[in-house]
Design a protein around this ligand. Structure first.
Ligand code: FAD
Length: 467
């Protein structure tokens, strides 16, 4: 990168927060899957004002900017290309939990706050922030907003779009929108924050947010439930939803082999008992803010009588419940240890999922007999991580195009989405551009041009290249 730009960036944020050497920039330039690698100058502003200065410099010099928070996205969205032209703007120093308002039930938080740290901070005040997923120890609020993250409690509390009441955003020209009033009702025109949520860093840099809080659940009942098929899991979901109503918080479907692999690869994570007697398992959680909520044991008892459930382990303590979630959350790590797989993050109407799974796996197996799918996900949200591995693992990657083609054909046939929560990034850009409704795509491009006329924000991700 031009030395004059580097000099100006150092002036804007302080010399020690501009990293240029190969060794010091390396940790920022590779993603969680180790698939995407890039080259860039890394800039670490410590305030909104400093972010604004950096974007002004970038805009004036037409230098690409790649926003990065925790770098856990599975789509390569926060990794620059290999040209070395870009500024990687890390928001990790914007890491203050600023204001926990227990009357308004909101928290004002910096974009660089790690999700798990936010959980701890609000719990100390008796409050609960429901967004949670396996990467919570590294993912940061700015990244979670920019990808509209979902996770394991969307069923009850919604995704980041539902959990956010306000944003502070630095626009590509350095101007700052501060909309942090924390109101639950505000009908003064377009809801602009929703444009930035899920925009994957293509419209501006999110620096702060106001998020919704909830009372800490008093009762929490968790069970690992063995079922014969995804069809049986859908029946169990229907029953649990009818009986537990809004108290149903989590409903995760997993192949038995995913649980077994977790224990094999991460022996410290124990299973509650044998799981090879059922091909599929459901992690179900019911939680409520009073002690007299629905009774999961009796719901499961009725399901057993009705033949929907074949086996079940009920958590006897909070410790058990945490252990059950730890099994679910360790599946991506366990898969990565056996060589990783092609991540797919699809959503469909819930009733269509069992048929989608059997038809698509059958088609894939006919074409690629060696494949080794790792199927799990947020069944209660209609979202399945349809991850395709292989033995040996490189075969799946060598046949990526064909595997994705079959998978997405089956998704599109059923009017589903190729990205339920991970976003598009670099990984799915070509497929997204082919499959998205052309009118919607055109509107997205127009919005991007209106807000970012110089096309500096996260080029090569989500949208087509500018001419
Ligand atoms: C093991 C594992 C499990 C996961 N499970 C889930 C899950 O259940 N649900 C789910 O939704 N996701 C899941 N993810 C994906 C990922 O963790 C989420 O997408 C997360 O929200 C990304 O946050 P991050 O801070 O790591 O963002 P990054 O990876 O740093 O960035 C993600 C995107 O947001 C942009 N961005 C980052 N910060 C900003 C900002 N301040 N302003 C503007 N744009 C910005 C980046 O340019 C990039 O496009 C999982 C990932 C892993 C590794």
């Amino acid at each position: 990168m031009n030395e004059e730009i580097v000099r100006r960036l150092k002036e804007a944020v302080g010399e020690q927060h501009v990293l240029t050497g190969e060794k010091e920039t390396a940790p920022f330039l590779i993603d969680w899957t180790k698939r995407f690698k890039g080259k860039a100058v890394v800039v670490r502003p410590g305030s909104t004002e400093e972010v604004s200065r950096v974007l002004k410099i970038a805009n004036e010099t037409k230098t690409p900017v790649v926003p990065q928070a925790g770098a856990t996205t599975l789509t390569g969205g926060s990794i620059p290309d290999a040209s070395g032209r870009a500024i990687l703007l890390s928001v990790s120093r914007l890491n203050k939990v600023e204001d926990i308002d227990t009357a308004n039930d909101t928290v004002t938080v910096g974009a660089g706050v790690i999700l798990e740290n936010l959980h701890k901070a609000v719990e100390e005040k008796g409050r609960f922030f429901p967004l949670s997923f396996a990467a919570k120890g590294s993912a940061e609020i700015g990244g979670a907003l920019a990808t509209n993250a979902g996770g394991t409690a969307v069923l009850r509390y919604g995704n980041m779009r539902d959990l956010c009441l306000g944003l502070e955003v630095v626009l590509p020209d350095g101007r700052v929108i501060t909309a942090l009033n924390g109101l639950r009702k505000d009908n003064t025109g377009y809801d602009l924050k929703q444009l930035f949520i899920g925009s994957e860093g293509t419209l501006g840099v999110i620096t702060r947010a106001v998020l919704k809080l909830y009372p800490l659940p008093k009762g929490r009942q968790t069970a690992l439930v063995g079922v014969a098929s995804p069809e049986a899991a859908v029946e169990l979901l229907r029953r649990t939803r009818n009986e537990a109503g809004p108290y149903l918080t989590g409903f995760e479907l997993m192949q038995a082999k995913c649980l077994i692999r977790v224990h094999e690869q991460l022996p410290d994570i124990g299973l509650p008992g044998p799981v090879d007697d059922c091909p599929w398992w459901v992690l179900v959680e019911v939680s409520c803010s009073a002690d007299n909520g629905p009774n999961l044991e009796s719901i499961l008892g009725d399901a057993f009588e009705a033949g929907e459930v074949a086996n079940a382990y009920l958590a006897q303590s909070l410790k058990d419940s945490v252990a059950f979630w730890s099994i679910r959350e360790s599946i991506p790590d366990a898969d990565a240890r056996v060589g990783n797989n092609l991540h797919n993050d699809v959503s469909l109407k819930i009733a269509l999922i069992p048929e989608f799974l059997s038809v698509t796996v059958k088609r894939l197996r006919e074409a690629y007999p060696w494949l080794d799918p790792s199927l799990y996900g947020h069944l209660g949200d209609g979202n399945i991580h349809f991850n395709i591995g292989s033995i040996p693992y490189n075969l799946a990657f060598e046949n990526e195009e064909g595997i994705r083609k079959i998978t997405y054909e089956e998704v599109v046939k059923r009017n589903g989405s190729i990205s339920a929560e991970h976003g598009i990034g670099q990984l799915k850009r070509e497929h997204f551009l082919q499959l998205k409704n052309p009118i919607e795509l055109e509107l997205m491009q127009r919005i991007s041009r209106a807000i970012d006329p110089n096309g500096i924000m996260n080029p090569g991700k989500l949208l087509p290249d500018r001419e």
